[in-house]
Ligand binder design. Sequence first.
Ligand code: GDG
Length: 425
Amino acid sequence: MGGNEFVVVANRLPVDKVGDHYEVSPGGLVAALAPVLRSRGGCWVGWPGDTSSDLAPFTFDGISLVPVCLDQDDFEGFYEGFSNSTLWPLYHDLIVTPDYNQDWWERYVAVNEKFARATAETAAENATVWVQDYQLQLVPGMLRELRPDLTIGFFLHIPFPAPALFQQLPWRDEILAGLSGCDLIGFQRTTDEENFRLLTTNIRTGTFPISIDAEEIEQATESSISQLRTSLGDPKHVLLGVDRMDYTKGILQRLLAVEELLEEGLLDDVAVVQLATPSRERLGHYRKTRREVEEAIGRINGRFGEIGRPIVHYVHRGVAKDKLGVYYSAADIMLVTPFKDGMNLVAKEYVAAHPDGDGALVLSEFAGAAVELNQAYLCNPFDLGSIKSAIVAATEPDPARMRAMYDWVMEHDVTRWAHDFLEAL
Ligand code: GDG
């Protein structure tokens, strides 16, 4: 037993190793939980992000961090395998086919055990523990066994699938047993919560849509915006996509929609900026997604671009946070077209960058964000015609719609999300 009254357990620690030191990894979750961790004398249990280090607990920026070290086999079986090749596609409604592999499952159990043990050792008597996301669904049940005194919450950042899909999982009973160690499970949308409740009703659940650190989104200056637009050739319409390079995000579909609009002469004088952060690059489905996206970009530029003036401006690297803010501010139309997404914080960040009501958000109905941002230009990403119509409508946006969404996002930020969950817990 340790001395921490509040423990956050997440797959990743909120730090990245840069050279031989650590830096806080930017993200809303850290921003929301850091004040709670500091004021309640808490700690964060998680994996440091590489398989080489055997790291002792350390304090960073006033937060105590408890590393759970993973070796290469853990990384491949637990992380790349069961988490990202089984659960991720299954919970995103089989956009690609999940692989069911007994060895990966055994690694998932073993790694969840490591997390549960580290948490049990660090939590004070009667402490509150908040477990995050699909990688750690067995931790609540294991913790309940080790430490019956704890109050345990769990939040699922990704969707929860319909029972008919979930029941494919050979280890469905074990996952449900793991989650039933919780005092409260939080979901992004009521549909996720309802899907879960069709399987079991004796666990307390709630819907808590996650949000962003709205104050952190800085309004870009006029000069940085006009500089960016000039570098794009001063087009009439700047369209923007910002995503991890993931098959759930529908990046190819939005490019195909733009291509058809150009072909039909329904859109012109346009520049598309697609920022895509590299993600899970050793997995075949991710490599295929990247290949298809890059092929489409090449084809669109070849067909409709001019020398020195491509249609699609593409970056396959991480972009600095302040730079991202300039892109959000400069974009006339934000394209968020996932086939399925727990929430999609990019949609909320874009809205927060438009306090004056300018800009337009094209948003998939299948993103959790569509529940709150229902004033967006909604589309069905499985229907190219629907994406095309939403883009065309967004070229003449109604500022009242953006203003309403802006007010909503400013009121419902990530601090409120964390507060609401912890209150309920
Ligand atoms: C999962 C769920 C849910 C992206 N590129 C860069 C960059 N980003 C930042 C964005 C945003 C975050 O990454 C992405 O968050 P999303 O919510 O859009 O998507 P996932 O990574 O899939 O997150 C999702 C979320 O968890 C939270 O619960 O909303 O549904 O899938 O904040 O700004 N940041 C920087 N450079 C980049 O190039 N600095």
